[in-house]
Design a protein around this ligand. Structure first.
Ligand code: NAI
Length: 250
């Protein structure tokens, strides 16, 4: 299955979203879903900063890319402090998988996945929340997964991290709401990116069989949901989880 590239036509859709002058941080923004989200925000007029561990291949992107390990709070705090001003829009998208059955999962497999997918989002929210609270405005979107809601064979570390991310989303929404900050999560089903292209074809076929729309979403389809949560169209929506999964998990 070919990875669907970001479509210029889709980028035009985001013009008029009103993000001009807003500073956005997208973790894991150098490729995959993060890249599509960063492209959409850029097209909508935001000043986009991608925080990514692996910056190779992202030299020519139309936004700024910073080498940051989201699982390391010192790396995150330094990167946020070095921005020209505090971020108003934050998308916690960086994620990794290290799939194994529980009985075969090492301490390192467990900790690495929790560290990036869950602690990484915590580190960013903690670093960005004071600036958003002071400004009385902020939008945070966390990228979870349908597997964090339903569980998945071979993904104890990943599903625990994504379920934890949903809990973090709801608590952050409660803590920051009075300061004008919304916090929501998007839970994708299988979307064609480098992460899922690395899987055996049988797993992509199984996901396709699970869908009710009989097609897998592309990165732009996920970016649309993120842009909704970031926009003023969703200014009274907080603490929510929206699945974008072609009906894989109804
Ligand atoms: P990807 O592997 O294509 O991209 C992930 C990005 O995160 C990469 O640019 C990588 O360098 C970066 N990253 C990894 N560790 C990092 C760290 N410690 N610090 C900073 N950046 C780091 O993955 P993809 O598919 O784009 O996934 C993005 C998010 O969406 C992840 O959170 C993933 O769990 C989630 N997701 C993806 C699905 C899919 O089908 N592709 C389904 C459900 C959730």
């Amino acid at each position: 299955m070919a990875v669907q590239q970001n479509l210029p036509a889709a980028a035009c859709v985001y013009k008029g979203f009103g993000f001009e002058g807003r500073l956005a941080v997208v973790t894991g923004g150098a490729r995959g879903l993060g890249r599509a989200i960063a492209d959409a925000l850029q097209a909508a007029g935001a000043e986009v900063h991608a925080f990514d561990w692996d910056v190779a291949g992202a030299e020519n992107v139309p936004f700024q890319v910073h080498k940051v390990d989201v699982s390391n709070s010192e790396s995150v705090n330094a990167a946020v402090a070095a921005l020209p001003r505090p971020p108003e829009l934050l998308v916690n998208n960086a994620g990794i998988t290290r799939d194994k059955r529980i009985v075969n999962m090492s301490d390192a497999d467990w900790q690495a996945v929790i560290g990036v997918n869950l602690t990484g989002a915590f580190n960013l929210i903690r670093a960005a929340a004071p600036g958003m609270s002071a400004a009385g405005y902020g939008r945070i979107v966390n990228i979870a997964s349908i597997n964090g809601i339903r569980g998945k064979f071979g993904q104890a570390n990943y599903t625990a991290a994504k379920a934890g991310l949903i809990g973090l989303t709801k608590t952050a929404a409660r803590e920051l709401g009075a300061k004008g900050v919304t916090v929501n999560a998007v839970a994708p089903g299988m979307i064609l990116t480098d992460m899922t292209q690395a899987l055996d074809e049988q797993f992509r076929q199984k996901a396709l069989d699970e869908t009710v729309l009989k097609a897998l979403p592309a990165a732009n389809d996920l970016a649309n949901a993120v842009m909704f949560f970031l926009s003023d169209a969703a200014k009274f929506v907080t603490g929510q989880v929206m699945k974008v999964d072609s009906g894989q998990y109804i």
